[in-house]
Design a protein around this ligand. Structure first.
Ligand SMILES: NC(=O)c1ccc[n+]([C@@H]2O[C@H](COP(=O)([O-])OP(=O)(O)OC[C@H]3O[C@@H](n4cnc5c(N)ncnc54)[C@H](OP(=O)(O)O)[C@@H]3O)[C@@H](O)[C@H]2O)c1
Length: 307
């Protein structure tokens, strides 16, 4: 528990900043449920894997390589299936989706957790800026390939961030998705996290009336490997101050576990959560025309890179 947790209360859900993944799943028997999780080998993904498997869910645990996914699964108890999914490689994402479909188990939840943050220099895949491509397009291809595998009340949970507030003023720079006109490590990370949020919002619209849901979330600020691209001074500061002021991985994993399995959010869709409660996104995060445009552009990119 961090120092901050001691001063923050709980919200209407009964959970709050200091709630852990174990707290929000306490008393739940998840046996018979199947959850697909990306980024299972590190940070809040690893804690999500541990806790959901401990509660009895079958977790299909994806990492960049099968070896990493296997090692993560071997480190926890419960029923798990390791799977490779390199989100910046569309062929790997499609192979992952095909393998999940072949398992023949309806997905009660898909947790789009994997991500990269604040790459110091512009990097690209298939001509697109790498954070946008990995964090958004990779998950877009994965989830849209698996929509028919969602269970009747299946939940799509997309890990965004309050860093979406730092996206460029127009939200998504559709005329600069390569990053070549202008690149900023934080603004491009913010754009990718806004894309995560808008994807969940638009997916929720498309799922209306089906019983299936989609929500996005800010997990909190947590000291994980995500900071690997930050400058060395910032990393040292984080290492010293982190345990006091940042969430623990157990606290950071709470909101996604809550959204994936808690009964009180059944049927809740199209919302942005933080600390296990509904939260307010930026105005761009509530822009339905932007969400619709992003969906159309993402479909085109997905078709182009998987052709
Ligand atoms: N930590 C925070 O303060 C914070 C705040 C807001 C939002 N978030 C979000 O929370 C999520 C989890 O982050 P974390 O803090 O747990 O960071 P983390 O410890 O760095 O974990 C990130 C996970 O994503 C995986 N990943 C990265 N690139 C990938 C790719 N191309 N294909 C497949 N998997 C890939 C990583 O795999 P490798 O280990 O193999 O690289 C790792 O498993 C991210 O979406 C992040 O944006 C975190």
């Amino acid at each position: 528990m961090s120092l901050v947790s001691m001063f923050k209360g709980k919200g209407p859900s009964g959970f709050g900043y200091g709630s852990t993944a174990e707290d929000v799943t306490a008393g739940l028997d998840l046996s018979g449920r199947t959850v697909l999780l990306t980024g299972c080998n590190s940070g809040i993904g690893k804690e999500t894997l541990r806790v959901l498997a401990m509660r009895g869910a079958h977790v299909i645990a994806a990492a960049r390589t099968l070896e990493k996914a296997r090692a993560a699964c071997d480190s926890v108890g419960g029923e798990t299936t390791p799977i490779a999914c390199e989100l910046s490689d569309p062929a790997s994402v499609l192979a992952c989706a095909a393998e999940v479909i072949a398992l023949g188990r309806p997905l009660d939840a898909v947790i789009c957790n994997a991500g990269i943050m604040a790459l110091p220099k512009l990097e690209q895949k298939h001509g697109y800026e790498l954070q946008f491509f990995t964090n958004h397009i990779g998950h877009f291809i994965l989830v849209t390939s698996l929509l028919d595998s969602l269970a009747d009340k299946g939940r799509v949970v997309v890990v965004s961030s309050d860093a979406h507030n730092g996206a460029p003023s127009e939200g998504i720079e559709f005329d600069n998705l390569s990053g070549e006109r202008e690149y900023g490590s934080w603004s491009n990370y913010g754009q990718s996290k806004l894309a995560n949020l808008l994807f969940a919002r638009q997916l929720a619209k498309r799922l209306e009336g089906t019983g299936k849901t989609a929500n996005s979330l800010h997990p909190g600020v947590i000291h994980t490997n995500l900071a690997r691209s930050m400058n060395p001074i910032a990393k040292v500061a984080l290492a010293i101050a982190g345990p006091l002021v940042l969430k623990s991985a157990a606290e950071g994993a709470a909101t996604q576990c809550y959204l994936a399995v808690h009964p009180s959010v059944e049927g809740v869709s199209g919302k942005y959560f933080a600390d296990c409660n509904v939260s307010k996104s930026s105005s761009k995060g509530r822009d339905d025309a932007l969400a619709e445009k992003l969906w159309v552009v993402s479909e085109k990119i997905a078709a182009e890179v998987t052709a």
